[in-house]
Design a protein around this ligand. Structure first.
Ligand SMILES: Cc1ncc(COP(=O)(O)O)c(C=O)c1O
Length: 444
């Protein structure tokens, strides 16, 4: 059957089988902008989102009573599985003993030490979102280097950080399509190069005006685009050579292991940011500094009455509830052993998809980073964000998502990404393989 006809059929099924979600979606238009609590929820593939009733472990139930295996896992924020028992216990105890105090708790010290053990950076600060961690890292890099710009890779995503909503058009830096209300032309704040293009990187850094490079160690928001052999060495060498700080954003690539890609591959960033899953979805993020950067910052930053007006922080950042969640999550949920299991499931997921693609002779491929797996509708692995973007297929994305959703599987929008949690089972992975195979059979 053609993809268009299949999509039509699946849309009808979705609408028929989700009357309560449909009703709530219609009602939501009366109180929520565009009928959703957050802008990109309008993009779920069925025309309206399913409304969740309850989520536990690797599963959730919607208001129409359907049970789903969740491979989206809150786009990584619930990579721990939903509401893991140790985090729920710690947060329940803490919530009765204070939520936010503007004072440090002992949990903050424990978490700082644990993050150092995992990632190798010497000192830490906390925020509520990875977006904020990135924003603060950029400000600090500017302050340290007295340089105005940052450099990012084309098709990156680092949260809603103004400087990063950029694209490259005919070699020029432009505002990315869909960027809402940019404060200044992006070329004023940002240099952009393609991922894996070390020469372009060196050329752009040679201008001497880049405070920091902000990079995921592998792109994960435009499919997974892995670094080529030697690229990280060139990146580190070039940033050191240009006296530009290197900020590695591990928010998604934590999927590579307990200390993210940084620990798994021996990276040496000057700053590191991480958010989403470290508190099992309770809002928290961390940003860390190498010993050298920490020393320079301590010497530079105001330690007097000006310390709270520097554009870094937040009244409820580093609150005691977030840090109790982070301590429990790191100590008892996202453990070394959990990662071993999650990565093995990622391998199983990858093998299932890869065999299906091969059996049906489809011009697609699958890529994995730790416990994160993604399939893309082009035959070769992309080298750059642009190549990955060109391999996107909105129709197939939507169809596969909806096809899976109608059969009890939630994939990550708006590409085809799956994440394994400590609660995901082999049977969950095999269910996806069967459904993916069914979709492939109908398409070919
Ligand atoms: C790599 C990366 N960094 C940062 C963020 C921002 O996270 P948040 O939206 O929780 O602030 C995201 C969100 O998807 C991300 O993928």
């Amino acid at each position: 059957m053609s993809a268009e006809a299949l999509l039509e059929r699946e849309l009808e099924r979705f609408e028929r089988e989700n009357p309560r979600s449909h009703e709530l979606a219609n009602e939501a238009r009366g109180s929520l902008l565009s009928g959703v609590p957050m802008p990109w929820m309008i993009r779920w593939p069925g025309g309206f989102p399913v409304f969740a009733a309850e989520a536990h472990g690797a599963r959730f139930r919607d208001v129409d009573g359907h049970e789903y295996v969740d491979f989206c896992l809150g786009d990584t924020a619930a990579m721990t599985g939903h509401s893991p028992e140790p985090t729920v216990r710690a947060v329940s105890e803490q919530v009765a003993k204070g939520i936010t105090t503007m004072l440090p708790s002992e949990d903050a010290l424990w978490v700082g030490r644990e993050l150092t053990r995992r990632f190798g950076l010497a000192r830490w600060q906390f925020a509520l979102t990875a977006t904020d961690a990135n924003r603060f890292a950029i400000r600090l890099a500017r302050e340290l280097t007295k340089r105005p710009k940052i450099l990012v890779f084309n098709w990156c995503y680092h949260g809603s950080v103004d400087e990063t909503f950029v694209g490259l058009k005919d070699g020029r830096v432009v505002s990315r399509e869909g960027n809402v209300g940019p404060p200044v032309p992006l070329a004023e704040t940002t240099r952009v190069v393609e991922w894996n293009d070390a020469e372009a990187l060196e050329r752009e850094l040679a201008h001497g005006d880049v405070a920091c490079v902000l990079a995921e160690p592998a792109l994960t928001n435009i499919g997974i685009v892995l670094p080529e052999r030697g690229f990280h060495d060139r990146l580190r060498g070039a940033t050191r050579g240009a006296e530009t700080l290197l900020v590695i954003d591990e928010t998604h690539t934590l999927c590579a292991g307990p200390g993210g890609y940084t620990a798994a591959h021996g990276l040496e960033p000057d700053l590191l940011t991480v958010g989403k899953s470290i508190g099992a979805g309770i809002p928290v993020a961390a940003y860390g500094f190498s010993g050298g950067v920490a020393e320079r910052l301590e010497a530079l930053l105001p330690a007097d009455e000006k310390a709270d007006v520097g554009g870094i922080g937040g009244t409820v950042a580093a609150n005691v509830l977030s840090l109790s969640a982070t301590r429990a999550t790191l100590a008892e949920v996202l453990t070394d052993e959990a990662f071993e299991r999650m990565i093995a499931l990622g391998e199983r997921f990858e093998a299932g998809v890869s065999e299906t693609i091969e059996r049906h002779g489809l011009p697609w491929h699958v890529t994995r980073l730790g416990c994160r797996v993604e399939y893309l509708f082009r035959p070769e692995r992309p080298r750059t964000g642009s190549e990955a973007a060109a391999g996107g297929n909105a129709l197939l994305d939507r169809l596969i998502h909806l096809y899976a959703l109608n059969r009890g599987i939630l994939l990550t929008p708006f590409h085809n990404m799956a994440l394994m949690s400590p609660d995901t089972t082999e049977a969950d992975v095999d269910l996806h393989t069967r459904v993916f195979d069914e979709a492939a059979s109908e398409l070919t």
